[in-house]
Structure formats: structure tokens, C-alpha cells
Ligand binder design. Structure first.
Ligand SMILES: [Zn+2]
Length: 253
């Protein structure tokens, strides 16, 4: 990386934004909103599933009701025939009686099934109502959080805009590839740039190999990439820092 110092600075600015948002409670509120939304979506899916089950049972109940009407009317017809007195043969009469008995047994069975479906659907309706109330409650909570967020964002707006301007200026000075690298990495791992500490990567804690460490020192590298996590490692030399500070102090005098 050519402009490792600038990338480091870019990250410091990002850190500042995180710090300000954290102090203002913005990060917490954002987390709350995200978690409410997750619960909301899960609940919504469950509600829809229950509604589907209700629809299915309701269709079954409608079908059963039609069958019950049909059986009832058939029983009535058969009873009419039985008591009309036109049929006298014992075999035919007992056949009619059997039809009536079978019909009544089926009717009883269907009525029981219908009762069961109705009670199941009653439970579904109660559950849907309960879930809908919960969903409404979450909506209210999210609104409250968003209002608080707006307020907090307004209070930090100026400060953040200032940092954002510095970030934009830095991005202008960096190569497009470097900017792309930083933000692509940042989406997955943060921090992207870590200071060099002799034995392991500050980001992923992976131990550096001997060759890796030796080559940094041998070639006096200013930056390198962690072989494990791909983070940029910036080599900040203490001596250099001290020298810079001394020069600055001298210049001031
Ligand atoms: Zn690493």
C-alpha cells in the first residue's frame, strides 16, 4: 500500500465517528432498532404462518358444513320413505333403517370434526390477535427509538460533518484502489489497519511467522498484509515518532 499513513488516518477518523456516536448513545439506539426489527420480522412470519393454517382449517370447516347439510337432508329423505308406509317388505325396511343409522353415525363424526376445527381456529385467532398486538407494540418502540435517534443525530450533526469533510478530503488524496480496498475490507472486518506488534496480528491475533517478522525488519517495511486475515499492518517506528516530535518542537522554538 502506497499511502498507508493516509489509510491509517482515515481509520482514525472513522474511529472518531464511532466514538462520538457511542458517546451520544447513537450506537445503542441503532442496535435497539435493529433488534426490534429482527423480532418484528420473525413475528410477522409466524403470524403469516398461523393465518395460513387458519385459512386451511377454515376451508375444511366449510367443506364439512356442506357435507353435514347433505347428510342431514339424506337422512330426512330416508326417514320420510320409512314412515310413508309404502314400503312394507321387512328386508327393504331394515335396509332403510340401516341407511338412517349409518347417516346419523357419519353426522355425529362430522359434527365432532367440525367442533374440533372450530376450537383449533379459535386458538389460531387468539394467537393472531396476540401477535398483532405485539407487532403494534414493536412499531411504537421503533418509532420512539427513531425519534430519539433523530434528536441525537441532530446534536452531533455538526461535529460529524466536520469529520466527514476530512474523510472526503483524504479519500480524494488516496488512490481509488486504496479507497475501494479500505471500504470493502471495512464492510467485513474492522479495524482494517492495525499497528505492527512484533509477534502477532492485532486484528486476528494470529502469530506471525519468523520469516514474516524478519522480512519486515530486513527490508525496513512501512506496511505489510496479515497472511491470515488480510488486514493492513502499519509499522509505526517509535524512533521516527520521537524524531518527528523533536523536529516539531524545534520548529516551534
Ligand atoms: Zn490478522
Amino acid at each position: 500500500m502506497k499511502n498507508i499513513d493516509m489509510l491509517w488516518e482515515l481509520q482514525q477518523l472513522d474511529n472518531k465517528i464511532i466514538e462520538i456516536e457511542k458517546d451520544a448513545g447513537i450506537i445503542d439506539l441503532k442496535n435497539d432498532v435493529a433488534s426490534y426489527k429482527e423480532t418484528y420480522n420473525k413475528l410477522l412470519i409466524s403470524t403469516k404462518q398461523i393465518a395460513e393454517q387458519y385459512k386451511e382449517k377454515d376451508a375444511q370447516a366449510t367443506q364439512l358444513k356442506l357435507e353435514i347439510i347433505d347428510i342431514t337432508s339424506k337422512i330426512a329423505d330416508t326417514e320420510e320413505k320409512l314412515y310413508a308406509g309404502e314400503i312394507t317388505k321387512p328386508k327393504a325396511l331394515s335396509q332403510l333403517q340401516k341407511e338412517i343409522d349409518d347417516g346419523k353415525a357419519l353426522l355425529e363424526e362430522n359434527n365432532k370434526s367440525l367442533e374440533l376445527l372450530r376450537s383449533e381456529n379459535f386458538t389460531y385467532i387468539k394467537q393472531i390477535k396476540r401477535y398483532k398486538a405485539k407487532l403494534e407494540h414493536i412499531k411504537v418502540k421503533v418509532n420512539e427509538c427513531n425519534n430519539m435517534l433523530d434528536e441525537k443525530m441532530r446534536s452531533t450533526e455538526e461535529e460529524l460533518a466536520h469529520i466527514q469533510m476530512s474523510i472526503e478530503a483524504l479519500k480524494e488524496s488516496l488512490l481509488p484502489d486504496e479507497v475501494k480496498f479500505y471500504y470493502t475490507k471495512k464492510a467485513n472486518i474492522y479495524p482494517v489497519v492495525v499497528p505492527y506488534k512484533e509477534d502477532s496480528c492485532e486484528g486476528c491475533q494470529m502469530q506471525f511467522s519468523m520469516i514474516f517478522t524478519q522480512s519486515i525488519e530486513k527490508y525496513n517495511l512501512k506496511s505489510c498484509t496479515c497472511e491470515n486475515c488480510g488486514r493492513l499492518i502499519i509499522v509505526i517506528k517509535e524512533q521516527e515518532q520521537e524524531q518527528e516530535q523533536e523536529q516539531e518542537q524545534e520548529a516551534q522554538v
